[in-house]
Each structure stands twice: as C-alpha cells, then as structure tokens.
Design a protein around this ligand. Sequence first.
Ligand SMILES: *Cc1c(COP(=O)(O)O)cnc(C)c1O
Length: 331
Amino acid sequence: MIDLRSDTLTRPTEAMRAAMADAEVGDDVYGEDPTVNDLEERVAGLFGHEAALFTPTGSLANVLAVRSLVGVGQEVLCELSAHIARAELGAHGAISGLTMRTWTDPRGQIDLAAISALYAPDMGPFFVATKAIAVENTHNFAGGTVLPLADLQALRGWADGVGVAIHLDGARIWNAHVATGTPLAEYGAMADVLAVCLSKGLGAPIGSLMVGSFDAVAEARIWRKRLGAGTRQVGILAAAGLHALDHHVERLADDHAHAKLLAEAIDVDPATVETNIVVAHREDAAAFVAAAAEAGVRISAVGPRTVRLVTHLDVSTGQAQQAASALSRLD
Ligand SMILES: *Cc1c(COP(=O)(O)O)cnc(C)c1O
C-alpha cells in the first residue's frame, strides 16, 4: 500500500530516532529542557519573532495563537475552508469563546476586498469586533496552494491601517518556503503570531510551535498549562523537530515534484499543484477512494465530491510513479 492520505503519516527515520535517543532533557514546565529551549529559540529566530512555544499539536498552536489576538465575544476572519474553521472541531469557540466569519476563495487565497467588507470596527455594545485575520499558507483544503508574498504584504498594510492583527496558520509554511524561495523571516514579518508544524512534511512524530512576541508567548505558556498540555522531558520530541529542520526542509521539493506527477495521472493540471497536496473532484469521492485502495493506493475523501492526495517523506520517487500509474488506470 502506498499511503497518500496525509503527510502526517510519516514515521521517524532511524537518524531521527537516534537524535531523539541522544537528546538532553529537563522539565519543560520549569523551562529547563535544553532541547525544547533550543527548538523554541531556533524557530522564533527563523521567523524573525521574539519567542516560540512548543506544543503537541498544530491545533493547539493555532488555538493559543488566535486567542492571543482575539478575546471572548470578539471575532477572527478566515477563509471558508481554513483549518481553524473546519478541522479543529470548534476549539476556538469552545475554548476561547470567540466567533469566526469567513470569506470564500476556492484556492484559499486572500481576498482583500471581501475581508475589508467583512471587517467590523469595535462599536462597543453593538457589533462583534474584528480583532484578527487568519490566513493559511499553504492552504490545506484548497490543495496546498501558496499565498503570494505580495498578497500577504497588501493584507499586512491594510491590517496595520485599520488596527487588526494577523495570524498565520503555517502548518506547511516550509512547503511554501521551498516552493517559492521566500525566506521564512519574510513570511514571519507578515504576521503577529504564527503556528507551524513539525509533524507534517517535516516528518517529526509530534510537535508544533506557536510563534510571536515575548508577551504573547508568555501568556500562551500559561494557557498551554491550563489546557493540560504542559509537558515534561519532551526534549526527546523537540530533538525530532530539530533534526527535521536540519534534514527535511529542502527535500520537500521532491514531494512537490511527486505531487505534480500524481496530478497528471488523475487529470488535474499539474500547473495548479504548487506544493505537496493534490485535490481532485470526482462524482463519487468515496467510490474513487475505494477503487484507489483496490489498486494499492490509499487516498482520502475530504468532501462528498473531493479527494485529496498528499506526498511526503515516506513516499519515494519509485512509489510516486507506481501510484501515478495505478491511479491513471482508474477513470
Ligand atoms: C494539520 C494542520 C494543522 C494542525 O493539525 P494537528 O493535527 O492538530 O497538528 C493546522 N493547520 C493546518 C492548515 C493543518 O493542515
């Protein structure tokens, strides 16, 4: 079976396991795990921010990041199929007491006209006040699409003008960085806070970070503990992340090439595939997923008529070619 359901399915490599086994550790709730501290400092530095906080999941990093900008009874604006709106099981409402309104773009892009039309200034007891805009780069459910830096800059300029903050869900910011050559710090400069994942294309078994100012991260550290995610000798996990940053970023280009190969096989224009995710439309997504499984390829349905294929570290070029030829025989 070639598993293209998600880039979360990777297993730690032997070298990553060795790095984990060798990690120096301490109690991270005391701030005394040197490997976690290294990872937090390194990731903050990569994005040009003051601080970062290690979290078990990207969802938690998103919750901590968004709640640092948006209070109870206030709102964040995001794209209709954003992960924070669609795939975090309502955490931002359930935990942070905030609401969301959305704009719609089939490719998950920033629509500044729509955003500025949705934007609501603070009008005291009359309307929900918009406190932040959340963008996703790359955009998962839109098919791994990249947000162009120019659009992020335009959003940043507009947001600074009206005084709202920006959250960047950068679960796959590494893919955007490799696909475009845009430095991570340039993406970092576009956002007040970010969430980034080590457990997607980078191949770590666990781990994400919330990135932001000293103050935002200090408060997030309290909320992380409050939510029961203050963990102890997790340097063994942070070591996997450090190893991934050293060895698994540049190779994402291979995943992107493999995704184009797969796109061609299932009649998706490879020019529309910017990173490691291919989204395709089929009359009956579940039937296509079942047929693919019969042919030895696991893919997922992300809607009744939408299937998704994701390339990753555990799919070699040979396997990508094999999957492409199996899938091309299906329709
Ligand atoms: C995977 C993902 C997350 C975080 O997911 P977890 O499973 O909670 O780690 C956040 N945003 C996007 C866009 C994602 O794809």
